[in-house]
Design a protein. Structure first.
Length: 590
């Protein structure tokens, strides 16, 4: 079912005439792939390609005679839109052809999957996205977010997999040989389950993900590999869906992350939404009636908003004209015609850009550096082309950003450079950090921090737990990631089950649990019984539903909703203005 709180205009004729068949689930309750037939085995040999799997655009690069090159799409572009769509004939379209459907068939066009992948349906993040995206998001049997496309339900791994398959095919066409291996990049701020989801998406596409690389680290590689540098650099990456700020120390070919921060809800999409807001306000002023168009009309405004934003990076004024945006009560067509200046745009974008600067300041603090200690600024992501971005950074650092780095290609180029190190012992050393604290749940729902954010990777910490009942043979420990003191506002990673404990009175059996993060930020768990020093089985396989967890940890409903409120309010606050206006325009909000 569509989100009940979403304005009706968001789902134009979205309800299918006949109820869709239930999604086909596999033995694990996961949605079965419909469009992808994953190969049984992946050879693990042959060329390795680099893929920047972006929220809005993806980019493929590979090493050719030792130099990284970006591949062109069929249509001749250096990046492809990360969009899939079902056309009126029920044919699956990918990339450019799919993006063309965004305005025509908004409910059948899936974009922004990167924001949703690896997330529970019930999370505040998914709730927030559901209110804003035009396609339908539903839970799968395991409670994860999935999407409906026509009569089918797709997992987000499959959506990402379809985009990765397109990337793989581009490389195969270029190389004229099979490609089964890739280095794929993710935001530094990605959580553990999201990283796992990317690996799975790769496998579904027939790609073995040899390494997951953080986007800023990858951009820094493109900038500094084999250049004998000795510098501290800031990578400022403002893309379509996420913002990352990372400070690295580059010493010859050692790339060490000193601090990272970001916002998974700050990207071009959010700027576009504010511009839509502005355009609709102007429309109302000029036409004397409120905008009351349907989802298609709203998509057209979104499209125009993005065009205006991009044009205003190059020029000072831009006329937005959308013919026949909607019909008025008298059945007359009304156009939207607004002259926008760069000043208008900068006024709209200022608060969002200030948030990125706040993040940069935090990262400086975390890295124990002053602005003057940063030698170079590397701009990544399409949004960083906005002149105001450069201005704000110049205000903080007193110097201009590097012009040598291509904002759209740097991440993929870095991944391609790194792909050259996958098969050999190499002199390239990457030292990343943990982006968000990992810890365990306490009875009642408190969050005990175990590995603090910004700890260098690999990292490991141990702690002791003891039995709370006589002859207890197994104990469980739920792991979360985030910065809140209550687990409900953090992300659930899974539950560790420690089994095969010796019998004894309660409290007498003690177990040392070790959480280990490898250099790719993948979590491993080990447990050792104290008296015998024997290793006991510990697996991070179990995932409880929110209700089961709540019961097991005896979390009160009040504490849980208070924490969720905190997280939800934070997200709402960030995205709220847009919907506030649309609701106003529809005469149903405050
Ligand atoms: N010249 C420009 N001026 C302003 N914004 C631009 C310009 N060119 C592209 N953009 C914006 O950049 C965004 C896309 O950036 P990019 O392709 O780097 O994102 P992405 O890599 O897909 O996303 P992410 O890295 O967040 O996953 C879009 O919102 C687009 O409107
Ligand atoms: Mg990007």
């Amino acid at each position: 079912p569509a989100a009940p709180s979403a304005p009706a205009m968001l789902a134009p004729a979205a309800a299918p005439a006949t109820p869709a068949p239930p999604p086909a689930l596999d033995a694990n309750g996961q949605v079965r792939p419909i469009y992808l037939t994953p190969p049984q085995t992946l050879s693990g040999t042959g060329p390795v390609i680099g893929i920047d799997l972006g929220t809005t655009n993806s980019c493929v690069a590979l090493l050719s005679n030792g130099r990284p090159i970006v591949l062109r799409s069929r249509e001749g572009y250096n990046t492809i839109p990360s969009v899939i769509s079902l056309n009126a004939q029920n044919k699956l379209l990918v990339s450019h052809r799919a993006k063309n459907q965004l305005v025509l068939r908004p409910t059948h066009t899936i974009y922004g999957a990167k924001r949703l992948v690896g997330r529970p349906y019930d999370s505040a993040v998914v709730k927030q996205v559901r209110e804003r995206f035009h396609y339908e998001i539903t839970p799968d049997a395991a409670g994860r977010a999935a999407v409906r496309l026509g009569n089918d339900v797709l997992s987000l791994e499959e959506v990402q997999g379809i985009i990765l398959r397109e990337c793989k095919e581009m490389a195969e066409t270029h190389l004229n040989q099979k490609v089964e291996r890739a280095v794929v990049t993710v935001p530094a701020y990605y959580s553990e389950p999201q990283r796992e989801a990317v690996r799975k998406a790769g496998t579904m596409a027939g790609l073995k993900v040899e390494r997951i690389l953080n986007e800023p680290t990858s951009a820094a590689l493109a900038y500094g590999l084999n250049r004998e540098l000795n510098k501290k650099v800031l990578v400022y990456d403002l893309g379509g869906g996420t913002f990352d700020a990372t400070i690295l120390r580059i010493e010859k070919n050692v790339f060490e992350v000193l601090g990272t921060g970001g916002d998974i809800f700050l990207g071009g999409i959010d700027f576009d939404n504010l511009i839509v807001d502005f355009l609709l306000e102007r429309f109302q002023e000029k036409e004397g009636i409120a905008f009351s168009g349907d989802g298609i009309a709203l998509s057209r405004v979104g499209d125009a908003a993005e065009r205006a934003k991009m044009a205003l990076s190059e020029r000072n004024t831009f006329e937005v004209h959308i013919p026949m945006l909607m019909m008025d009560d008298g059945g007359r067509p009304r156009d939207l015609r607004v002259m926008m200046s760069r000043q208008d745009l900068e006024k709209i974008c200022d608060p969002l850009l200030n948030r990125t600067i706040d993040v940069v300041r935090d990262v400086l603090l975390d890295s124990k550096l002053r602005a003057a200690d940063v030698d170079d600024i590397i701009l990544v992501g399409g949004m960083s082309r906005m002149p105001l971005v450069r201005e704000k950074l110049k205000g903080l650092f007193g110097k201009n950003a590097q012009a040598s780095v291509n904002a759209d290609e740097a991440v993929a180029l870095g991944a391609a450079l790194y792909s050259g190190s996958v098969d050999k012992v190499s002199s390239v050393v990457l030292i990343d950090v943990l982006p968000m604290t990992i810890g365990v749940a306490m009875p009642g729902g408190g969050f005990k921090r175990v590995i603090e954010r910004n700890s260098p990777l690999p990292a490991q910490r141990s702690f002791a737990i003891s039995t709370s009942q006589d002859n207890e043979e197994r104990m469980e420990l739920s792991i979360f990631q985030g910065e809140d003191n209550h687990i409900s506002a953090n992300e659930y990673l899974g539950t560790v089950r420690v089994e095969g404990l010796p019998k004894g009175p309660k409290g007498s059996v003690r177990v040392a649990v070790t959480l280990k993060l490898d250099s790719e930020c993948v979590l491993h768990v080990e447990a050792r019984e104290y008296s015998t020093r024997k290793e006991v089985k510990a697996t991070l396989a179990t995932r409880y539903s929110p209700e089961e967890l709540q019961k097991q940890l005896q979390v009160s409903k009040e504490a849980m909703s208070a924490a969720e409120e905190r997280r939800g309010a934070d997200l709402k606050d960030r995205a709220g203005r847009f919907w506030g206006f649309v609701k106003k325009a529809l005469g149903r909000g405050k």
